[in-house]
Design a binder for this molecule. Sequence first.
Ligand code: SAM
Length: 298
Amino acid sequence: MTEGVGASATDPAAVRERRRWGWQILNRCPKTGADVLALLVRLMGSEAYHLSYYRIFYWWVGRATPVTAANYGYAPLSPSTASDARAETYQMEMYHQAALQAGEQGLRGRRVLEISCGLGGGLDHLKRRHGIGQATGLDRSTIAIRHAAKRFGLSTLAGDARSLPFADGSFDVVVNIEASHLYYGREFLGELARVLAPGGTVVMADFRYRAPPECERELRDDFAAVGFDVSQFRDITANVVAACEGDAPRREALLAAAPWLLRKLGRPWIGTETSVDYLDMRAGRAMCFMLAARRMST
Ligand SMILES: C[S@@+](CC[C@H](N)C(=O)[O-])C[C@H]1O[C@@H](n2cnc3c(N)ncnc32)[C@H](O)[C@@H]1O
């Protein structure tokens, strides 16, 4: 079991988990401004830091930019995604890959919940391209879900991944993209098992500061402990790194246009040559995975 499992995100173990990657970043930051970063990294151990960051981020991108997704992306692009008129092709490819991972029936006609849907661009892509029966988006950020509902007409709710406002067995598929590191633990996994119908599937993509074999073993154990069978596990680090490289000009332009505070806060996470997250992925200090797990019938 991972450190985070068995603990809520406010428990010392979960806080340690968040600090672990916070320190990784601080250790390789340029010395100028390191004092400010040290303070930020200390704050990274708290949920308040993340919630504040996303509040500022969504407030700005929602009103001043065409951004609708906030994941690192996936490359190469499949022909169907490449032909999509939207600029965020790498981010949409991540969702396309998630749909492919969802098993034989895929998403067609199914009740799909995206936990941490953000601004809704990814869920909208799945709805348009993969024929979801009923799409529901949930996110902790009220700004983001309002934007998703207004822009895409999606059915969205504000809520916490560790305490989902849905009845047992409400969904056939749960999608969760680059967000679990913020709240991963037994509460979240228990909620996945509860809201999925027996035989339902969860598709998750994210990053971890772990070696791939260790990451895979931990996730398989954690999912098994709450009644899931991990049917597929892929190391997608090289795909994510390639997407960061292909998408770098768009990201840098976005950052250059951002207000000062967001430029400072966003730099370590934006996934370009000057960002610690990208360098860590490229050097193998952090890895990205995509998994599909099936809820076993009880
Ligand atoms: C990196 S973004 C990914 C958003 C989206 N999946 C995408 O790819 O565009 C992480 C998301 O997790 C959300 N989040 C953070 N804590 C959460 C929680 N406890 N419950 C639900 N969502 C949360 C944030 O508001 C943010 O939208």
